[in-house]
Design a protein around this ligand. Structure first.
Ligand SMILES: [Zn+2]
Length: 157
């Protein structure tokens, strides 16, 4: 009886930990999105000098209009967390981000190191699979049937 009560208390404590962990994951991802959008703005500023040196004015104008539209769309539809799978020391977060007239789904694999979260790798929803086509019962050659594409930096894992 006592053992059952103790394990209930233990389970409740664990639950609190998982909830506060999810809050920490949400805060971490929001900080990441915010820093990512600042980085984007800095990159655009740095690219201006380069573009002014090499691109013709009409092309330049088109590029800037496109960037402006992309920026407005990102601001109107900021990155959102769709789901968090919390496994304690690791977590998987699915997010949605505006991309042109489409939306990108991304999958972030997080690991807790020294009591803070960090991104171990991230994947992009496979463009070939997302339409849901069957590929004639063959395994998708783009993502190997995983449904997510990981960059070269993550390919070894
Ligand atoms: Zn695929």
């Amino acid at each position: 009886m006592i053992t059952a009560e103790v394990s209930e208390i233990f389970a409740a404590a664990l639950q609190v930990d998982l909830i506060s962990d999810e809050r920490a994951i949400t805060d971490f991802m929001q900080a990441y999105f915010s820093a990512w959008s600042k980085l984007n703005r800095l990159q655009e500023e740095h690219a201006l000098a380069f573009q002014n040196s090499f691109y013709g004015s009409r092309y330049l104008q088109k590029l800037r209009t496109q960037w402006q539209q992309d920026r407005e769309q990102r601001e109107a539809q900021p990155a959102a967390i769709l789901s968090i799978e919390n496994h304690g020391e690791t977590a998987v977060v699915i997010t949605s981000q505006a991309y042109g007239c489409d939306e990108d789904l991304r999958r972030y694999h997080l690991r807790k190191t020294d009591n803070r979260w960090e991104i171990e790798r991230k994947g992009l929803r496979c463009f070939a699979c997302k339409s849901g086509c069957e590929h004639d019962n063959e395994i998708c050659t783009v993502c190997a049937g995983v449904g997510w594409c990981y960059g070269r930096a993550s390919r070894d894992e």
